[in-house]
Design a protein around this ligand. Structure first.
Ligand code: COA
Ligand code: AMP
Length: 628
């Protein structure tokens, strides 16, 4: 079936379409109900199906005779270690950890917070939770203690799995003390912390609370997979919204498994035995979906890479991994290749490696700039596929589904809607717009399997943020247009979310934090263009009367953000100004501020209370007067 036919069917007969796809996973009890509504009137997939995601990822393949095949390759240039786990070996590790957790009282529905660097134990921990029906919540290692604390309070986990340290280029990150601080800051009490001691920097364990990972599993017996319902949560993954409180995106088991398995064949065209590499981090949705679950559901070999595109040790690192592990499909964020290209514009490293195993490169996480796209396309002479998706959906909304049919691409477009996603563009009144007209991108309900059914502990927020603005549709938060041939063009967020090196941050959250600084009267944060990271935050800050506006203040604001959100927020520019430009009703003119910072033409909005302030900001910004 070609793309158009499959797409049409998925939209016109969604139940039949997904019932067929559900045949491809090994249920404990096949679902009879394909699509139904839950108590919150949210459409749910496969409600009476019974299964286990860890079984599908590991045990099932062993039963199929793939036990000796490599399931996971841990490749860590920062520790100069490599280790391959077969399906059997991975299953045994997972079953043992699951047994240890169960022995400590963790059971179905309990939350387990995972704060680990890119080590095999991160995937093992996730799968161990799935095995016993515990709900994992992985927090990206780059987040500081306050962010971890807010997730502890929202998810109220019964246990934390962490490591003594993580390794960044040239420095060691003390994970354990971040966890200690987070536990201290959180209101919810944590009584069990399992710590992976890494030789690069072991840590001290707190008696009565901390448990050494090795001892924990040594004392345990392996356990089997329990049965869960398709609609039981598999994980919670926090993402930035427009407020300071992160949103816990919930993923269920059944819909997720069906969507992941289907996507591997239809979008990525990979099959059992193929090597699949998503160069991301398990702390992001890309890591959940395409480092851990989808490649294992599909019987592939997944690569878990603890390194960077550059600096570990050089800009040839990606090519080396492709050659060494015979990677067929690679997936990363455009920013990673911008970093490679910046250091090696002539691609001299590329020439040193045999990358013939690579069939296609997939990009997502942010808009792919055309310069990087063409550089890669020319270099690789292979499909370079931009696809658009979000934490909320868990898989691509728009892509070139090469497993169905290879479509012509258009520069700037991530191609066409993925099967099951009825993508439309609406104007502010909720009416459909003509082709090529920019508007809010929405997806008509029901969303396909795999997409989030709720926000953890907050069904109301799910409804208010995503479903209420345009009844019958899911609001993606991205703006863009669809052309006359049905190609979708994503233009960027229409809310206060910014995208830094493929990572999502809330300007509202950064503002709240900076506004809490002793010297600060008021602050605004906008995302401005960065050649490497796509966007970076710029803070405009009004200092309280009587406090000297000098670089010491700017520096302390930068430190505040690093210590509370994390270095990954990449806030380095703080502009001290007399006033913030606002409308007469008090709204900060963010778009205009961004245009000034990016050197774009801007119109002075008619609603501004004092137009002279924009010129003043422009002068201060361009003179770089007080930028830290
Ligand atoms: N733990 C602790 N700190 C971390 C971290 C982690 N897991 N990941 C990043 N950081 C720190 C970095 O050390 C850096 O600190 P610094 O400001 O003291 O140097 C800061 O956070 C910013 O990190 P990063 O965004 O990685 O920027 P960079 O300048 O070090 O590297 C790139 C730039 C482009 C190489 C890098 O952003 C990258 O590899 N991006 C890939 C994007 C990606 O995987 N996106 C996921 C969605 S697909
Ligand atoms: P996250 O939930 O962190 O994966 O971020 C999702 C957001 O990243 C989307 O809402 C988009 O704004 C942006 N994004 C992801 N992929 C793409 C893409 N291929 N093109 C443009 N923007 C993208």
């Amino acid at each position: 079936m070609g793309y158009q036919q499959a797409y049409q069917r998925s939209i016109e007969q969604p139940e039949q379409f997904w019932a067929e796809q559900a045949e491809h996973i090994a249920w404990f009890k096949k679902p009879q109900t394909i699509l139904s509504n839950d108590d919150n009137h949210v459409p749910r997939w496969f409600a009476d199906g019974e299964m286990n995601s860890c079984y599908l990822a590991l045990d099932y393949h062993i039963e199929q005779g793939r036990g000796e095949q490599a399931a996971l390759i841990y490749d860590s240039p920062v520790t100069q270690t490599q280790q391959t786990y077969t399906y059997l070996q991975l299953r045994d590790k997972v079953a043992l950890l699951a047994g240890a957790m169960q022995q400590q009282g963790i059971s179905k529905g309990d939350r387990v917070l995972i704060y680990l660097p890119m080590v095999a134990e991160a995937a093992i921990a996730m799968l161990a939770c799935a095995r016993i029906g515990a709900i994992h919540s992985v927090v990206f290692g780059g987040f500081a203690a306050k962010e971890v604390a807010s997730r502890i309070d929202d998810a109220t986990p019964s246990m934390i799995l962490t490591a003594s340290c993580g390794i960044e280029v040239g420095r060691i990150i003390d994970y354990k003390s971040i966890i200690d601080q987070a536990i201290e800051q959180a209101e919810h009490k944590i009584t069990q912390v399992v710590v992976l001691q890494r030789p690069q920097q072991p840590c001290t364990l707190i008696e009565g609370r901390d448990i050494d990972w090795q001892a924990f599993t040594d004392a345990a017996s392996p356990v089997d997979c329990i049965t869960v319902m398709a609609t039981d949560p598999l994980y919670i993954l926090y993402t930035s919204g427009t407020t300071g409180k992160p949103k816990g995106v919930v993923r269920d088991n059944g819909g997720h498994a069906v969507a992941m398995k289907y996507s591997m064949q239809a979008i990525y065209d990979v099959h059992p035995g193929d090597v699949y590499w998503a160069a991301s981090d398990v702390g992001w949705v890309v890591g959940h979906s395409y480092i851990v679950y989808a490649p294992l559901f599909a019987g592939c070999t997944t690569v878990l890479y603890e390194g960077k595109p550059v600096g570990t040790p050089d800009a040839g690192a990606f090519w080396r991994v492709i050659e060494q592990h015979k990677v067929k499909i690679m997936f990363t964020a455009p920013t990673a290749f911008r970093a490679v290209r910046k250091q090696d514009p002539e691609a001299t490293f590329y020439q040193q490696y045999d990358t013939s195993s690579l069939k296609a490169l997939y990009l997502a996480g942010e808009r792919t700039d055309s310069s990087t796209y063409y550089w890669l396309k020319e270099l690789l002479q292979k499909p370079v596929i931009d696809h658009w998706w979000q934490t909320e959906t868990g898989w691509a909304i728009v892509a070139n589904m090469i497993g169905l049919e290879v479509l012509e691409t258009k520069a700037g477009s991530s191609t066409k809607p993925v099967t099951g996603f009825n993508v439309q563009v609406l104007d502010v009144n909720g009416s459909s717009v003509e082709a090529n007209t920019v508007g809010e991108i929405v997806v008509k309900q029901p969303l396909p399997p795999g997409c989030f059914p709720t926000v953890w502990n907050n069904a109301e927020r799910y409804h208010q943020t995503y479903m209420a603005p345009y009844p019958g549709f899911y609001l993606t938060g991205d703006g863009g247009y669809i052309d006359e041939d049905g190609y979708v063009f994503i233009m960027g967020r229409t809310d206060d979310v910014i995208n830094v090196a493929g990572h999502r941050f809330s300007t509202g959250e950064l503002e709240e934090l900076i506004a809490g600084h002793d010297a600060v009267a008021e602050a605004a944060v906008v995302g401005i263009h960065c050649d490497l990271k796509g966007q970076i935050p710029l803070a405009l800050v009004v200092i309280k009367d009587g406090i000297e506006a000098d670089s010491a203040v700017s520096d302390s604001i930068v430190t505040l953000v690093r210590n509370n959100v994390g270095a990954v927020a990449s806030l380095r520019q703080v502009l001290l100004v007399q006033r913030l430009p606002k409308t007469r009703s008090g709204k900060i003119l963010r778009k205009t501020l961004r245009q000034i910072a990016d050197g774009e033409q801007f119109n002075i909005p008619s609603t501004i209370d004092d137009p002279t302030i924009l010129e003043e900001i422009k002068r201060v910004y361009i003179d770089q007067d007080v930028i830290s």
